[in-house]
Design a protein around this ligand. Structure first.
Ligand code: 9UX
Length: 72
């Protein structure tokens, strides 16, 4: 079944950042839900572990502006 991971996302400064990252997460294989919080600097993602890993999700959204990590 699906799993949920909470990513720590550094570098978001506005709601457009939130929407950009939610869109990027949503287009990754196996992602069924992505909700990003500017206030918490997190992203909560439901995903199919047969199709994608939390590490891959972090790599998909990290760039010069944002840095995503996860615990575990
Ligand atoms: Mo908001 Mo985020 O103006 O890269 S979209 S800062």
């Amino acid at each position: 079944g699906n799993r949920t991971v909470v990513l720590d996302i550094r570098g978001m400064t506005c709601q457009s950042c939130v929407k950009n990252i939610e869109g990027k997460l949503a287009e990754q294989p196996g992602v069924t839900r992505a909700k990003v919080s500017l206030a918490d600097q997190t992203g909560t993602v439901d995903y199919n572990p047969a199709l994608v890993t939390p590490q891959q999700l972090c790599e998909a959204i990290s760039n010069v502006k944002y840095k995503a990590t996860f615990k575990g």
